[in-house]
Write a protein that binds this ligand. Sequence first.
Ligand code: PBG
Length: 328
Amino acid sequence: MFPTVRPRRLRRHSKLRDLVRETTLTPNDLILPLFIRHGEGEEVPITSMPGHRQLTVDKLPQEIKEIESLGIPGVILFGIPEHKDAVGSDAYSDEGIIQQAVRAIKATGSDLLVITDVCFCEFTDHGHCGIINDKTGVMDVDNDATLEILQKEALSHAQAGADLIAPSGMMDGMIAALREVLDENDFSHLPIMSYAAKYSSGFYGPFRDAAESTPQFGDRATYQMDPANGNEALREVDLDVLEGADILMVKPALSYLDIIHRVKEAHPELPLAAYNVSGEYSMVKAAAANGWVDEQRVALEMLTSMKRAGADMILTYFSKDAARWLSD
Ligand code: PBG
């Protein structure tokens, strides 16, 4: 008799399919990015990311209530300051847009996890992730000068009440520098989620509109990773582990499922996050708007595949939609 092995037997009954399902996705896996703008009483739609908008601080309490009611455990904040300058000083000002937003969320009494993105690209007038100079003969982001302002930024986020900080600038020594400044200032309890393997990716396009952070010259290839490299991601990750990262992240997610898998295999002892970035979201939205794909189905399939690859949590613009779909 042929075939003797019949995998289809386990697929016949829907309840049996439920029992043998290997990967589950729940609202509890999701982190929602929010864009906070200066000003008052405004919601500015982000055209390239349907369903998302820049919110002013006074609009946050309402938004937070909705997010909590959906069972989403955390948010990550990105800021659009009123003034940008060469060193991104709003990023480390106690009156900066992020610091105000964190305090406003905490003032609601919500216990939502508040994560802050620690970077400079939204705050500098040139749009790069740190201080620019030509010390080495090439116009570039000065690694060690940037570490100093990153320390100021992280400390001021901690003082404002952030629960988890997420440095995304891909500077060398970044995690060690931040761990040091937090520990020296009574924040040894504050965890760091490192954007450990962050690629120089075209998939960030819509985010740069949303956060008004497109580089005014050049690109980020001297600090973010080459999409062609996989082994190098493990090197970046190992360094961050040694420097004390508490949670690792791979970004983007969809084109980097192999990296998610390899990082999880190399460091099963650490929680791993995947960032389902703006371009990945907007592609689905655009295709769905044209009737070319079933949005719910492909979005949940993408998120599930990130978990299957090894992610423990996912930062995604689909968080609210996915939480609704999953609870239906
Ligand atoms: C940098 C940062 C970026 C994103 C998150 N943090 C943009 C970049 O590196 O240009 C992109 C997220 C997305 O595309 O959804 N602060």
